[in-house]
Design a protein around this ligand. Structure first.
Ligand SMILES: *Cc1c(COP(=O)(O)O)cnc(C)c1O
Length: 377
C-alpha cells in the first residue's frame, strides 16, 4: 500500500517521534478509526456557521468544538464566535486582523519573548508595533510597557499577551495590563491572548492564570496539535462576536461568508478535536494536566539533584535549564535559545523516558569534566 519511499518516511518519523522531549506536541493519540474519512472529499470552506452550496463539510462538528472551547474560556457561543484553524499562527493572525479592523490607527504592544511568527503577522497586516522588554522568566516587563504607553496615551492600543511563552511557558498578567489601561485612561484598546500551548491547560490548573473572556479579552488563539494532539497541525481561534460581524462579507460563488483567513479549510481536524473532547471532557483534561505536572515536577527535582539549576514557571509543564551538550540536544530534540533549553512534559512522555535522559546527562556530567563546566556555567 505504501511506496518504499513513503514507508521509509513513516519509519523515520515514528522513530523520531518516540525520542523527542523538547517540543510541546502530545504523542498519545490514535485517530485510525477515522481512516474512512481519508477516502472522501471534505472541505469546511468559509464561515463555520454559514452553510456553503458546496455541502461536504464537518461544520456541525466544528461548531461543537468551538462551543466547548467557549465554555472552557468562561463564555458561550452567543457572545463569541470562532473556527478551527491550521494552528497557533493563524489564530494570532486572525486576532490581530480583527483588532486592526476595530482600531485602524492602533499600536501593538508585545514582549520580546513572543513567538517568532507574530513579527511576520504584524508585517503582513502592516500594523505599527513596539516590542516590550521581558523579565528574566519570560514574562512581559510591565514597567517598560507602562513607560512606552505613557508617551502614546492618545493612540488606541492592541495588547498581544502570551499565555505561555514558547521557551519558558511564562504568562503575561492581565491585571497588570488593566492597571496600566486605567492609569493612563486608554479608551480604545483590544486584548488578544496567544494561548497556543496553555489554552487547553491553564483552565485546568488549580491556581489558574487569568486570561479568559470573563477577564475581558477580545480574542484568543489556542492549539489543537499541542496539548490535545493531532496528526495534522490545527488550532482554534475565538473572538467576541462583534469583531467577526465587523469583517463579515458574503461571497456568492460559494454561498458562504468569507470570515476566515483561508477559503478552503480542513474538515478532518475538527473530527479529531471533537473525538478528544468526547473522550476526555473537562474532567479528563484536568487529570491530563495533573499527570503532566507530576512528570514535570519530577524532571525539575531530579535535574536539581544532579546540580543542574532547572526551573519552571507556575508549576508548568516546561522545565527550563542551561543548554546541555549538542549531542544531548540532538538526541532528545531539545529546543534551545541563547543559553537555555527545555523539556516539555506533554502527554506521551513517561517517567521512564525522563530517567533515560537523566542517566545520559549524568554520564556526561561526570565523565567529561570540561563539558560539565560548560553545562553548568
Ligand atoms: C506553537 C506556538 C505558536 C505557533 O503555533 P503554530 O501552530 O506552530 O502555528 C504561537 N505561539 C506560541 C506561544 C506557541 O507556543
Amino acid at each position: 500500500m505504501n511506496t518504499p519511499e513513503t514507508q521509509a518516511v513513516y519509519d523515520r518519523i515514528k522513530a523520531h517521534s518516540e525520542s523527542f522531549l523538547g517540543y510541546p506536541v502530545a504523542k498519545d493519540f490514535s485517530y485510525s478509526d477515522y481512516a474512512p474519512f481519508l477516502d472522501i472529499c471534505i472541505n469546511n470552506v468559509g464561515d463555520p456557521e454559514s452553510p456553503s452550496t458546496f455541502a461536504i463539510d464537518t461544520k456541525d462538528i466544528e461548531r461543537k468544538c468551538i462551543s466547548f472551547f467557549a465554555e472552557m474560556l468562561s463564555s458561550n457561543n452567543k457572545d463569541v464566535w470562532g473556527y478551527i484553524t491550521n494552528g497557533g499562527t493563524e489564530g494570532n493572525l486572525y486576532g490581530l486582523y480583527v483588532a486592526r479592523e476595530s482600531f485602524p490607527n492602533a499600536m501593538v504592544y508585545y514582549s520580546e519573548s513572543t513567538h517568532y511568527s507574530v513579527k511576520k503577522n504584524l508585517h503582513l497586516l502592516n500594523i505599527p508595533n513596539i516590542v516590550i522588554r521581558s523579565q528574566e522568566n519570560g514574562e512581559m516587563d510591565y514597567e517598560d510597557l507602562e513607560q512606552t504607553i505613557s508617551y502614546r496615551r492618545d493612540k488606541p492600543a492592541i495588547f498581544f499577551l502570551n499565555i505561555g511563552t514558547t521557551m519558558t511557558e511564562a504568562v503575561d498578567k492581565i491585571d497588570e495590563i488593566k492597571r496600566i489601561i486605567k492609569k493612563y485612561a486608554i479608551k480604545d484598546y483590544y486584548i488578544h491572548c496567544d494561548a497556543a500551548f496553555l489554552g487547553t491547560i491553564a483552565p485546568y490548573i488549580d491556581a489558574k492564570p487569568k486570561f479568559d473572556f470573563a477577564e475581558g479579552i477580545d480574542s484568543i488563539s489556542i492549539s489543537g496539535h499541542k496539548f490535545i494532539g493531532s496528526p495534522i497541525p490545527c488550532g482554534a481561534v475565538l473572538v467576541k462576536r462583534q469583531h467577526r460581524d465587523r469583517i463579515a462579507h458574503s461571497v456568492s460563488y460559494v454561498g458562504t461568508m468569507d470570515t476566515t483567513i483561508t477559503g478552503s479549510r480542513n474538515g478532518l481536524t475538527p473530527l479529531f478535536i471533537w473525538d478528544f473532547i468526547k473522550k476526555h471532557d473537562h474532567k479528563g483534561l484536568r487529570e491530563r494536566v495533573k499527570a503532566c505536572q507530576d512528570v514535570a515536577a519530577y524532571t525539575e527535582h531530579k535535574l536539581n539533584l544532579l546540580g543542574v539549576p532547572a526551573w519552571r514557571n507556575n508549576e508548568g509543564l516546561t522545565v527550563v535549564f542551561p543548554t546541555p551538550s549538542t549531542r544531548i540536544c540532538k538526541k532528545y530534540q531539545l529546543a534551545s535559545q541563547e543559553d537555555i533549553a527545555h523539556i516539555i512534559c506533554i502527554p506521551g512522555i513517561t517517567f521512564g523516558q525522563i530517567d533515560a535522559f537523566l542517566a545520559d546527562l549524568k554520564t556526561e556530567l561526570h565523565d567529561i569534566p570540561t563539558e560539565t563546566e560548560a553545562v553548568l556555567a
